[in-house]
Design a protein around this ligand. Structure first.
Ligand code: ADP
Ligand code: TRP
Length: 330
């Protein structure tokens, strides 16, 4: 079975962009591959953060991911900083990575601009840590959003360079994109994102979601209730495409919009109904898991244990090839 690896930063609440853009894909893939999913706190500390929140944020994210449907028994969900091999392999990969390649990474350039006062070495080294995350488990399948494709290509480069210099050790991984690599924000202007505040959180109540949906922009051609609209020009319709099944999507929503058979508020009520069919079970699982935090913590501990063993093997193999260790048994 091939190994799947992916990571998500504990930087805030999960939203439906994360869910439809990434997590839902992981739910299916976890049964096809030997799956490792990591809450990447070591990546998150490369930007300003509050140390007193980090532990809770990481745990809450793990709870949220299990609530979304990651299989508690099947998927090895773990917290990155609990597995020391990631940082160790990063150092090793640093020694085969040309500086210029890191300076050219798009995300580094963006983040360096955003965080001018804190352009630390970790921010530059971020893709090397990501390569170590994937390769330490010899990951081949990396399900991510479009914005991460460059980092996955970089990881392939690292594997090639290491293999060429020290002998065949790492596989070449590939990015696996979802059908929905980009979910727009509720404002309709840009990508849904925590930092923009234009999101629908997966743990938000029906009432809070309605407060965001009701005033949200729709097709600007629908000024009056009787004006027909074009679903493809409506941001709300893009959410229906995620949450509303056929034939309701075509017959009630799209047709109703084109013929002015329904108003925008009717359309939004229908969206809320269908979205809650997806979110209610997630919120129920979240509530149940919240009463069993000890058990979830135990699972994370056990997973970190497995990860330390598997990654420890890779570290031994790497050191042996590099002439760094006494010849321990691999
Ligand atoms: P954010 O942009 O809100 O900070 P993250 O960067 O933590 O979200 O993203 C976590 C995962 O969710 C990544 O795999 C990313 O590609 C995906 N993702 C985030 N926002 C969206 C979106 N609006 N549409 C599709 N996928 C998204
Ligand atoms: N950089 C990724 C993001 O911001 C998170 C991440 C860290 C990751 N390590 C990874 C993703 C390894 C895939 C594989 O979304």
């Amino acid at each position: 079975m091939k190994v799947l690896f992916t990571g998500i930063q504990p930087t805030g609440l999960l939203h439906i962009g994360n869910y439809y853009g990434a997590i839902r894909n992981w739910l299916d893939l976890q049964y096809k591959y030997d799956s490792y999913i990591s809450v990447v706190d070591l990546h998150a500390i490369t930007i300003e953060y509050d140390p007193k929140d980090m532990r809770d944020n990481s745990f809450e994210l793990a709870l949220g991911l299990f609530a979304c449907g990651l299989d508690l028994k099947k998927t090895k969900l773990f917290i990155q900083s609990e597995v020391p091999g990631h940082a160790e392999l990063t150092w090793i990969f640093n020694t085969i990575t040309p500086l210029g390649e890191l300076e050219r990474m798009t995300q580094f350039k963006d983040k360096a601009k955003q965080h001018r006062k804190n352009v630390n070495v970790g921010l530059l080294d971020y893709p090397v840590l990501q390569a170590a995350d994937i390769l330490i488990y010899k990951g081949e399948i990396v399900p991510v959003g479009e914005d991460q494709v460059q980092h996955v290509e970089f990881t392939r480069e690292v594997a090639r360079r290491f293999n060429a210099r020290y002998g065949d050790t790492f596989p070449e991984c590939q990015a696996e994109l979802t059908a929905t690599p980009r979910v727009m924000g509720i404002d309709g202007d840009s990508k849904m994102s925590k930092s923009k505040g234009n999101f629908i959180g997966i743990l938000e109540s029906r009432e809070d979601i309605w407060e965001k949906l009701a005033p949200a922009p729709t097709d600007p051609a629908r000024v009056k209730r009787s004006d027909p609209g074009t679903p493809e020009k409506c941001n709300i319709y893009s959410y229906h495409q995620l949450a509303t099944p056929e034939p309701e999507l075509t017959e009630y929503v799209a047709e109703g919009c084109r013929t002015a058979g329904i108003g925008c508020l009717d359309c939004k009520r229908k969206l809320l109904e269908n979205l809650m069919k997806v979110l209610d079970p997630i919120q129920e699982r979240y509530a149940t898991l919240s009463t069993k935090k000890g058990e979830v913590r135990d699972i994370l501990d056990r997973n970190a244990d497995v990860c330390r063993k598997v990654s420890g093997q890779t570290i031994l193999e790497v050191k042996e090839r590099m002439g760094l260790t006494p010849i321990w048994k691999i």
